[in-house]
Design a protein around this ligand. Structure first.
Ligand SMILES: [Zn+2]
Length: 332
């Protein structure tokens, strides 16, 4: 007779949010240097002493990436609901109301169409402060509407992720968002439009396992934790000590999971340059892409190589190529 198998998680991951409390004298959690709010703001919430990247909220991120005055929100009218009438230690509706009050956002993703470095893009930004950036029905629907907007306007998609994964208070409905976002991205690919993913600390669970890692080009901020489950849970389950830096951006780069680790101060410029390369609008030192040429592996270096790899994969898998003029695209 089969014995039931029980997987026991003995302790939870510590909270990963480490945004600076407004009321306290800021201190770097990495190098413990005393910082002023002004210093941090000037450095885009990056420690000027050790380079540690503190979390940015969605509004700050949009302000950093979008050209001023160009943001038009998509899916802003969507409001979360509580279809399961869910209650754990507190009612889900109370958690939602508190998150909305604290963040000023209606949900964990802000979506819109804007210009970035002069180019029009569909931009989605997740906010970890909103219930751990978890993906519920509204995040999935907003993502899908953002993809639809990108297709309507024939613009690339850029999404900045920060998420603890699926939103357990919405049960199976939150898990369904994984499939929904993947289908949306398939439609984007069918329209020959590129997707750039920017993974920030932390990007985990169902978001990492769905749209976040399906991009043509994947960038990450330094030191970001990019794992399905947290290191402590993995160690307890496998009973093995993980190597230092396991699951961080730098390790993901070395192992070919992502294309580039980008400092926050360089992020907008790098994305703008990527968009230009993908559109074929600037000269770059890459070989012409041929269907029989070798795929450039992720993690192998330059921006141009990342684009070459994305173009090559696009050619071999779907037969489309970025950088054609709009009228040259197959209208179907
Ligand atoms: Zn520091």
């Amino acid at each position: 007779m089969n014995q039931p198998v029980t997987v026991q998680i003995t302790s939870k991951e510590p909270p990963v949010s480490e945004a600076m409390p407004e009321s306290l004298e800021p201190r770097c959690s990495e190098c413990h240097a005393s910082l002023t709010r002004e210093q941090l703001k000037a450095a885009l919430e990056v420690c000027p002493h050790c380079g540690h990247h503190f979390p940015l909220n969605a509004v700050e991120r949009v302000a950093q990436l979008a050209d001023p005055g160009t943001w038009r929100e998509v899916g802003g009218d969507l409001q979360p609901s509580d279809p399961l009438d869910f209650y754990d230690s507190r009612a889900y509706v109370d958690r939602l109301a508190e998150a909305q009050l604290e963040t000023g956002l209606s949900e964990a993703m802000l979506a819109g169409v804007c210009r970035l470095g002069g180019r029009r893009v569909a931009l989605g930004v997740m906010d970890f402060r909103f219930l751990g950036g978890s993906m519920g029905s509204v995040v999935g629907e907003r993502f899908s509407q953002l993809v639809a907007a990108a297709i309507d306007e024939a613009v690339p998609l850029v999404v900045v992720t920060a998420s603890g994964g699926a939103r357990m208070q919405e049960g199976i409905l939150s898990l369904m968002q994984m499939a929904k976002t993947v289908v949306a991205l398939d439609m984007l690919a069918d329209h020959s439009l590129p997707f750039i993913s920017v993974l920030t600390h932390p990007t985990t669970g169902g978001v990492l396992a769905s749209f976040a890692t399906l991009a043509d080009v994947m960038l990450a901020e330094p030191g970001a934790l990019l794992l399905f489950a947290g290191p402590r849970v993995i160690e307890q389950t496998t009973r093995e000590k993980l190597p230092p830096g396991f699951g961080r951006s730098e390790s993901s780069l070395v192992h070919g999971q992502i294309d580039l680790v980008v400092q926050r101060r360089d992020l907008k410029r790098q994305i703008a340059q990527l968009l230009a390369l993908l559109e074929g609008g600037v000269r770059c030192d890459i070989e012409p892409i041929r269907p029989d040429s070798e795929v450039v592996p992720r993690g192998s270096g330059s921006l141009a190589q990342a684009v070459a790899r994305a173009k090559k994969l696009a050619l071999t898998s779907r037969g489309w190529l970025f950088g054609r003029d709009q009228q040259d695209r197959d209208p179907t």
